[in-house]
Design a protein around this ligand. Structure first.
Ligand code: NCD
Length: 340
């Protein structure tokens, strides 16, 4: 494992992540990627520790990815699904978390449809003076740090598989296209990708990309931003697709999150696909070796054409899922090691 000093106890957001921390995650994930290519894909790093996956909202890849990551590190795993839990009998979220604490949980991986739930549980654990770490696996429209970190790892390993590091993205153009308004994936990626010195271009219809995104960094002072990254953060907004795609190195498409839409924000899915759906044709505007990402799950034929999604020449979607295991092993290792 690369020697690194890691001081973060919980991983809740990427707002204050530093480039040193991004590199620690990338390098640790690269070592675990190597472990995962061996015949015996398991290390004893977290033997004796308990990782509880507390998913209060549906998930396929994130939950399974954290579970397999914990198992590859030899941790004991507990899986919780709200629909079959005592929450149906009225138990509160904090009481559920305390129940898992009482069973000796060391790391809680939390997903919830409300923003702030992982933070609230982390605060409660700190208040109780226990050593439990909390990892945000997606909270409402707020953040999804492990997804953005695996996206970063996927892109950096494509550029330099032997030595992925954040500076590899300096000067690259990355377009994030789709339902940005409802996307926690976009909100985390905005922080990691702008920290790398890349130009980040957001593109969506105005109803899915409110102007407030232009002020994304306004709550941080210049001084605070400098502490996290040596680069000036570059974020651009577009209500048309073309300027975002022109000469882009990477295009990240996002799912239309219909379950979070409370109003009719689009005339029709067909029109949306025509204007903002990513197709081979539209990719001609980008750099010739452009690559496409999507966090999944995908609405085939809506945000991305079905054939493009399956085309290994352009699509990194499967690579993202594979990277997810190594990156989540790295996160569990970094916050979990040294506790036993
Ligand atoms: C995303 C999520 O749940 O935030 N998916 C994921 O974790 N891989 C994106 C989405 O639901 O569209």
């Amino acid at each position: 494992m690369p020697s690194t000093t890691w001081n973060r106890h919980h991983i809740l957001s990427l707002t204050d992540f530093t480039n040193v921390e991004y590199d620690a995650v990338l390098q640790t994930a690269a070592s675990f990627q190597e472990v995962l290519s061996r015949r015996t894909k398991k290390v004893p790093t977290l033997q004796g520790q308990v990782v509880a996956n507390l998913f209060f909202e549906p998930s396929t890849r994130t939950r399974s990815s954290f579970e397999i990551a914990a198992k590859r590190l030899s941790a004991d795993t507990l899986n919780f699904a709200a629909a079959t839990s005592s929450m149906t009998k009225g138990e509160t979220i904090l009481d559920t978390a305390k129940t898992y604490l009482a069973m000796g949980t060391d790391i809680m991986v939390i997903r919830h449809r409300e923003a702030g739930v992982p933070n609230a549980i982390a605060q409660e654990m700190d208040r109780l003076g226990v050593k439990v770490s909390v990892l945000n696996a997606g909270d409402g429209q707020h953040e999804h740090p492990s997804q953005a970190l695996l996206d970063l790892f996927t892109i950096c390993t494509l550029i330099d598989p032997a030595n992925p590091r954040i500076e590899l993205l300096k000067g690259k153009k990355i377009a994030i296209v789709g339902d940005i308004l409802h996307s926690r994936v976009a909100r985390s990626n905005i922080w990691s990708l702008t920290a790398s010195g890349a130009e980040v271009h957001l593109a969506a219809p105005p109803t899915l990309l409110p102007k407030l995104f232009a002020e994304y960094f306004s709550e941080q002072t210049a001084e605070e931003i400098e502490i996290t990254t040596p680069y000036k953060r570059q974020l651009f907004l577009h209500w048309q697709l073309e300027p975002a795609l022109r000469d882009a190195d990477f295009v990240m498409t996002l799912r239309l999150q219909k379950e979070r839409m409370t109003a009719h924000l689009l005339p029709s899915l067909r029109e949306y696909h025509q204007l903002f759906g990513i197709t081979r044709d539209k990719l001609r505007l980008c750099k010739p070796n452009v690559k496409v990402l999507h966090p999944g799950p995908v609405n085939r034929g809506v945000e991305i054409s079905s054939d493009l999604m399956d085309d290994p020449e352009f699509s990194l979607i499967q690579a993202q899922v594979t990277s997810g295991v190594a990156v989540r092993m790295a996160l569990l290792y970094l916050i979990g090691s040294g506790k036993v």
